[in-house]
Design a protein around this ligand. Structure first.
Ligand SMILES: [Zn+2]
Length: 75
């Protein structure tokens, strides 16, 4: 039975922004492949925060008004 030389930690991880493989131990901008991807990701986050809806009511009272039998189109 040959021993598997598989490393426990992945050498590369997919860049969250572009999906490119990032060398984890050799990339200071990890988990992003480059500074540009990091900035892009942060910009996306900031944009999302800005677009946060303030007049949206939380769905804490979800009522599903439906019939017990969902049989329709039954010939
Ligand atoms: Zn990237």
């Amino acid at each position: 039975m040959p021993s598997d030389p598989t490393p426990q930690t992945p050498a590369t991880v997919p860049c969250p922004t572009c999906g490119k493989p990032v060398q984890w131990h050799a990339t200071p901008t990890r988990p992003f492949c480059s500074e540009r991807c990091r900035i892009e990701d942060q910009a996306a986050w900031a944009e999302e925060r800005y677009r946060m809806p303030s007049e949206d009511t939380p769905d804490m009272d979800e009522e599903l008004g439906g019939g017990g039998n969902g049989n329709r189109g039954d010939a």
